[in-house]
Design a protein around this ligand. Structure first.
Ligand code: NAD
Length: 356
């Protein structure tokens, strides 16, 4: 197949991990007879430096012409002055909103070889394979707000319509059908009106997905269940803020933030793919970043936007094989293991793809 991929490397370790991911995608394309065209654009801090705009119109145009977007990360101390008129993060939020990417998918898996890196007991980390589906363009992050009014009052508003809940819940139900058939919906229906609408909508939609086993958890209970029975979850769907917090909590199960991929999707195949981590300014430029979150994001791009499931699995299998063979970047190496560099880990994954 032919596909155009918009590549937005961003800041910090973004370019370090994105460059290896595009090489991996090019290798997969060559091996399986596809033609991928990579078109590069600016976003975040580097875009502010070069154009004054964290999301220049040329970047939006590149993304509009593409089948999918591959993104590194944006931000860093250089642009972190909160009083600055433009912030790198605006570039990312702008992209999500411009393309209406309402469903954020974050798979969290544990690797037996990395159990020692995680803060939970090894027996609790068996067989963890959770897919978070977070609503991304509504809820309290986008509701009416007042920074500071008369009498020192500030507020944010959590608003959901049933249509907004339905579209993200549909993604979650369908994902559960393609996995182990279980969906956990997280809300705060005992206190919040918007969350009672969330629950009513999910319950009504369940009639169309009778083959999926549905469970509801209040968000406070969900934080505990994630740590006491993480292996029992399949797909978890939550609103914007609860999904943000819970998926970050779950990220520690994988051993390092550097391991986790994400996909932000709309109803067609178009999507934005990026690792969960940020620009890691403390290690940027040292060649030691873990590229796994970026590689697994490239795999999600193949699976969801290009519908190339075998090719996606090939990347995931190559990452698994490199880990099983003992290769570790610094963030996942234990005291008695010698870490490899980003380049070495990436070369090992590439070699496993080429020989697969
Ligand atoms: P971070 O994810 O950049 O780093 C947190 C810690 O995890 C650091 O110690 C870092 O070294 C480590 N880490 C992260 N990714 C790693 C990797 N691939 N390999 C090895 N170690 C890794 O989060 P932060 O420090 O809170 O934020 C730094 C900057 O990134 C900020 O400007 C923030 O706004 C931005 N950020 C951007 C995104 C995004 O672009 N989606 C997400 C989060 C943070």
């Amino acid at each position: 197949m032919q596909a155009t991929i918009a590549v937005l490397s961003g800041d910090g370790i973004g370019p370090e991990v994105v460059s290896h991911a595009t090489r991996l995608l090019a290798a997969i394309a060559e091996k399986r007879g596809h033609q991928f065209r990579f078109v590069h654009g600016l976003i975040g801090g580097i875009a502010i430096d070069e154009t004054g705009d964290p999301l220049p119109p040329e970047t939006v145009a590149i993304c509009e012409d593409a089948d999918a977007i591959l993104l590194g990360a944006v931000g860093g101390p250089k642009w972190s002055d909160p009083t600055a008129t433009v912030q790198p993060e605006r570039g990312l939020l702008g992209l999500r909103q411009h393309f209406g990417l309402f469903a954020n998918l974050r798979p969290v898996k544990t690797y037996p070889a990395l159990a020692a890196q995680a803060p939970l007991r090894a027996d609790l980390l068996q067989d963890i394979d959770i897919l978070f589906v977070r609503e991304l363009v509504s809820g309290i992050y986008f509701g009416e707000r007042q920074e500071q009014g008369a009498g020192d009052v500030s507020y944010d508003t959590m608003t959901y319509t049933s249509a907004q809940v339905e579209q993200v819940a549909n993604v979650a139900f369908r994902a559960a059908q393609g996995r182990r058939g279980k969906l956990c919906s997280v809300d705060k229906a005992n206190v919040l009106a918007s969350m009672r609408l969330w629950r009513r909508t999910v319950v009504a939609l369940h009639e169309e997905y009778a083959d999926v086993e549905l469970e509801h958890l209040l968000v406070d209970a969900a934080t505990m269940h994630l740590l006491t029975r993480p292996g029992s979850f399949d797909v978890i769907v939550a609103g914007n803020m609860f999904g943000d917090i819970l998926s970050d909590e779950a990220s520690v199960l994988a051993g390092s933030l550097g391991m986790l991929p994400s996909a932000s999707l709309r109803a067609d195949n178009f999507g934005l793919y990026e690792p969960v981590h940020g620009t890691a300014p403390d290690i940027a430029g040292r060649g030691i970043a873990n590229p796994i979150g970026m590689f697994l994001s490239a795999a999600l791009l193949l699976r969801y936007s290009l519908r190339l499931d075998d090719e996606a699995s090939a990347i995931e299998a190559a990452v698994d094989a490199a880990l099983a063979d003992g290769l570790r970047t610094a963030d996942i190496a234990s005291a008695d293991e010698t870490p490899v560099s980003t380049d070495e880990f990436a070369a090992a994954v590439l070699a496993r793809i080429e020989t697969s």
